[in-house]
Ligand binder design. Structure first.
Ligand SMILES: Nc1ncnc2c1ncn2[C@@H]1O[C@H](COP(=O)(O)OP(=O)(O)O)[C@@H](O)[C@H]1O
Ligand SMILES: [Mg+2]
Length: 253
């Protein structure tokens, strides 16, 4: 009897990158939120990258987008002062330095709310990864440094969704100065807190202001529990850390 012929081994199928289907974890707002939103339908993930001016947020987010898109996740980016509704007006108001602190806060909150409603919520509903370059914590820290009431701010930002992860890129003010000079050859008026009159010298003011901001972030960390990532490393090392953490978030661990 002829021996049964061995089945010919098939060539292995070409490897396609594995897509981790984001595990559905319940979303909620910090406060009252936005009426009519069905939180349980928000399938995507909201990942926030916080950190001072020059801490490397843009650099990290650009790499994360490439990585996420390359592994099959659609992404959307949001940030402060990026709404189509008020970002231009906000710029003008800042240039003229004409608004009171409360009005400026409300302007920023409007910009934020517009992006929640028109970008973040639809994207999360469609299962996107939403990457936020700064979030309500920066807005709160800036206002807290300027003596505004914490309870008032918390209430104002009750419209914000609780993110799936918040990474705070931690780095010393001295290194921030170096990076900002390397990038722009100058410091930014607002990022140096020049409106506060801490010093007439912008360099000195930047160091003082960033130290005050860092202190507020430490306080907010106690409430909001950011994941602190040491940003005083090569961009690749920081990114490897972020990827590992985001993988856990996507898998719902
Ligand atoms: N890990 C890093 N080490 C050294 N330089 C960095 C690092 N990450 C970013 N930079 C550089 O520092 C500057 C500020 O980075 P950027 O990503 O624009 O910061 P941010 O968006 O937080 O203001 C840029 O010139 C960038 O190339
Ligand atoms: Mg940036």
């Amino acid at each position: 009897m002829p021996k049964p012929r061995k089945a010919k081994r098939l060539a292995p199928a070409p490897r396609t990158p594995e897509v981790t289907i984001p595990k559905l974890t319940p979303k909620r707002f910090y406060g009252e939120g936005i009426p009519g939103v069905e939180e349980e339908k928000l399938k995507g993930k909201l990942i926030v990258v916080e950190g001072a001016d020059g801490s490397g947020r843009s650099t990290q987010i650009a790499q994360l987008v490439q990585w996420l898109e390359g592994s099959g996740h659609a992404t959307v980016q949001v940030g402060l002062k990026r709404s189509s509704l008020v970002s231009e007006e906000l710029d003008k108001a800042q240039q003229g330095n004409i608004l009171s602190r409360t009005t400026l806060s409300l302007f920023y909150a409007t910009d934020f709310a517009d992006q929640v409603e028109n970008i973040m919520l639809p994207a999360l509903k469609a299962g996107f990864m939403v990457l936020a370059d700064r979030y309500i914590y920066t807005l709160m820290a800036r206002d807290l440094v300027r003596g505004m009431d914490e309870a008032w701010l918390k209430n104002l930002y009750g419209i914000a969704l609780v993110p799936d992860a918040v990474f705070y890129l931690n780095i010393s003010p001295e290194q921030l100065v170096q990076r900002n000079f390397a990038k722009n050859k100058a410091l930014d008026y607002w990022e140096s807190g020049m409106d506060l009159g801490l010093s007439r010298d912008m360099f000195d003011s930047f160091l003082k202001y960033q130290a005050l901001m860092a202190r507020q972030f430490t306080r907010l960390q106690a409430t909001y529990g950011f994941d602190i990532v040491e940003a005083d490393r090569s961009p690749e090392e920081v990114n490897a850390d972020l990827r590992r953490k985001i993988e856990s978030v996507v898998a719902g661990r």
